[in-house]
Design a protein around this ligand. Structure first.
Ligand code: ZN
Ligand code: ZN
Ligand code: ZN
Length: 184
C-alpha cells in the first residue's frame, strides 16, 4: 500500500494526513464513510493481535457503534445502539459491560473520551498514539476532529512547568464550526 503524506489546510491551519488512510481532520460530508469504519475495525483487529489482546464481541460492537459516525456517543446512547442491534440476543447490555469495553478500547488508543460531552469517539488514527490531541468539536454537525499538535503540547508543558505544575493528561477540547459546516 503506497502511503504518501499530504498537507491539508483547514481554517488556515495545516495538518499532515496520510493519504493511504485519507483521514482528514474533518472528512467531507460525501466521504466514503464505510471505508472509514472498515479501516477502523481492521486497525483494531491488527492492533489487538499485535498486543495479544482479544477484541471480544462486546468490545467489537462498541467500537462498531462508535465507528458508525464521526460524532461522539454517550455511554447510554451506546447501550441503546447495542440493544437495538442485538435485539435477537435479548438482553440489554449493562452499563458496566459498556464501560469495561470502553476502558479497554481507550487503553488500546482506539477510542477517545470527549470530556466536555461526556461521550466517546472512535479514534481516526491521524496521529501517533502518544501524541497529545486537540479535539475540535463542531457545534453544528457534531463531528469531532482530531488535530495532533506537538507545538500545543510543548506550550502546555512549559506553561505548566513555569507554574511548578506537572501536567498528566492534557485534555484540549475546542468547540466551534467545522470547515464543511461553514461552507454549507
Ligand atoms: Zn468517515
Ligand atoms: Zn485519536
Ligand atoms: Zn460541522
Amino acid at each position: 500500500m503506497g502511503e504518501s503524506v499530504r498537507l491539508e489546510s483547514y481554517n488556515g491551519a495545516l495538518f499532515l494526513t496520510k493519504k493511504s488512510h485519507a483521514h482528514a481532520v474533518f472528512p467531507a460530508p460525501e466521504h466514503d464513510h464505510a471505508r472509514c469504519a472498515s479501516d477502523g475495525l481492521a486497525h483494531a483487529e491488527a492492533l489487538c493481535v499485535a498486543h495479544n489482546e482479544r477484541l471480544t464481541p462486546t468490545r467489537r460492537r462498541v467500537l462498531e457503534a462508535l465507528l458508525a459516525s464521526h460524532a461522539p456517543l454517550g455511554a447510554y446512547e451506546l447501550i441503546d445502539r447495542l440493544a437495538a442491534d442485538g435485539a435477537k440476543e435479548g438482553a440489554r447490555p449493562a452499563p458496566i459491560t459498556i464501560y469495561r469495553a470502553l476502558d479497554f478500547l481507550r487503553e488500546q488508543g482506539l477510542v477517545h473520551r470527549i470530556e466536555s460531552r461526556n461521550a466517546f469517539i472512535a479514534c481516526v488514527h491521524n496521529h501517533a498514539s502518544h501524541d497529545p490531541v486537540v479535539f475540535l468539536i463542531c457545534e453544528k454537525c457534531g463531528a469531532v476532529g482530531e488535530a495532533a499538535s506537538a507545538a500545543v503540547a510543548d506550550t502546555i508543558k512549559s506553561a505548566s512547568r513555569a507554574a511548578g505544575f506537572t501536567p498528566k493528561t492534557p485534555v484540549i477540547e475546542i468547540s466551534g464550526i467545522c470547515a464543511h459546516c461553514q461552507a454549507a
